[in-house]
Each structure stands twice: as structure tokens, then as C-alpha cells.
Write a protein that binds this ligand. Structure first.
Ligand SMILES: Cc1ncc(COP(=O)(O)O)c(C=O)c1O
Length: 217
């Protein structure tokens, strides 16, 4: 690659980055396999367990609104943290649906999707050596950026035996001491499990007791 060789960050492998064996991003691998399978078996009915992509066409109504709105001058310029109407709507939604009171727009940070937010959260909290507790399997972004920042991942299996919930009691004390964040994702991808009120209560109790931040996706 020439001049870029010595410029690549150490966290990505530094000068050996271009010589490292090429790894295919796991969701790209799933996508390629899905396409190959459909090509070979056009009539097969597949449940796609890959990344959730907007693969269906948007509703005509949405296309019309977008078409009109993009012509308005007030919709130009940056809106770094979303417009106020959006932030107020988020506060109302969280209050109406989840009963979270006293939120103000300063509590709302908007992103272009949860992937980019999951990538940014570790930047705010992870120092080298800190641990992020992740279920396995899981949507990987929070863990990927934790590692990039010198942090570590502690995986807890999600399996049928534990009803696809993390066994919080299985986490050793030395891990708990270094843990900064725990990632929960319900309804869960890829197991499809949903969370109960008790589940969230346990997670909150666990987080308060151990001084760990809960990232709920
Ligand atoms: C569990 C989970 N979290 C986050 C994302 C990313 O979603 P977004 O499109 O909002 O970035 C996905 C996408 O498949 C996902 O499955």
C-alpha cells in the first residue's frame, strides 16, 4: 500500500496491517452465504440471521414526505444533535411508553443508527484494561470499539439452558472489579428472546451494586 504502511494506528496492527490475513466482516460473510444459497436454490425459504438491513422498499407516504421535505431551505444546514422537536418527541415517548419522568432535551443524544452510537459509547467510558461484559452471540459493535480502545470483553453465553439470558452470577469477582459496561439487547438478536420486567430489575440491581453502566440496545 506504500505510503500508508507506516501511518496505520497501532490499535489496527500498525505497519503489519496490510500483511495480516484478510478477515471478512462477519455480517458480510453471512450476506455472501445467503446470496450464494439463494442463487443455488431460488425457491428456498430462508430466515436471514444476518445484519438487519432496510431490505424492503419504504412506504410511498414516507417517500413523498422525504421528497417534499428535502426541497425546503429550513431542512438544510447541520443539525448536530437533531432538531428540538425530535428531542422533545423522544422525551415524550420515553415518558409515555417507559414511564421515565423529568427528562429534558439535554438528556437526548441522537444518532444516525444504533451502530454508530454503540461505537461511540466506549470512547466515553473505556480506559485500557477496562472490561465490557457482552453476551455471546451478540451484535458486536460495543465490544469491537472496547477492544480498539485497549479494553477487554468478557463473554457470557446465551444458550437454551439459561433461557437465552446472561447468568450474572457466573461472573468472577476479578472481572466485576474491572467491568465498566454490560451490553443487553432485547428483543434479542439473534436468539429472538424478549426481556421481562424481572430481567431489567436484576440488571439494574446488578449494575448499581457493581458500579457498572448498562448499555441497552
Ligand atoms: C442488535 C442490533 N443492534 C444494533 C444494530 C444496528 O442498527 P442500526 O441500523 O440502527 O445502526 C443491529 C443491526 O442489525 C442489531 O441487530
Amino acid at each position: 500500500m506504500g505510503f500508508l504502511d507506516n501511518l496505520i494506528a497501532n490499535s489496527l496492527g500498525g505497519s503489519s496491517f496490510f500483511n495480516a490475513p484478510k478477515k471478512l466482516y462477519k455480517f458480510e460473510k453471512i450476506k455472501q452465504l445467503t446470496h450464494e444459497t439463494i442463487k443455488k436454490n431460488p425457491n428456498i425459504k430462508l430466515i436471514d440471521m444476518g445484519v438487519g438491513e432496510p431490505d424492503k422498499m419504504a412506504d410511498e407516504l414516507i417517500c413523498d414526505v422525504l421528497n417534499n421535505e428535502c426541497r425546503k431551505p429550513e431542512n438544510r444546514y447541520y443539525a448536530d444533535n437533531g432538531i428540538e422537536e425530535f428531542q422533545e418527541a423522544v422525551c415524550r415517548y420515553l415518558n409515555n411508553v417507559y414511564g421515565i419522568e423529568n427528562l429534558t432535551i439535554s438528556n437526548v443524544m441522537h444518532g444516525i443508527g444504533s451502530k454508530s452510537i454503540l461505537a461511540m459509547i466506549p470512547i466515553c467510558f473505556i480506559n485500557p484494561g477496562d472490561i465490557c461484559i457482552m453476551p455471546s452471540p451478540a451484535y458486536p459493535t460495543l465490544g469491537t470499539y472496547t477492544k480498539l480502545l485497549g479494553g477487554e470483553i468478557y463473554n457470557i453465553p446465551l444458550c437454551k439452558e439459561n433461557n437465552f439470558y446472561m447468568d450474572l452470577n457466573s461472573i468472577p469477582n476479578d472481572i466485576l472489579k474491572r467491568a465498566k459496561m454490560i451490553y443487553v439487547n432485547y428483543p434479542n438478536n439473534p436468539t429472538g428472546q424478549v426481556a421481562t420486567y424481572e430481567f431489567y430489575k436484576d440488571i439494574v440491581d446488578f449494575a448499581k451494586k457493581n458500579n457498572i453502566l448498562v448499555v441497552s440496545d
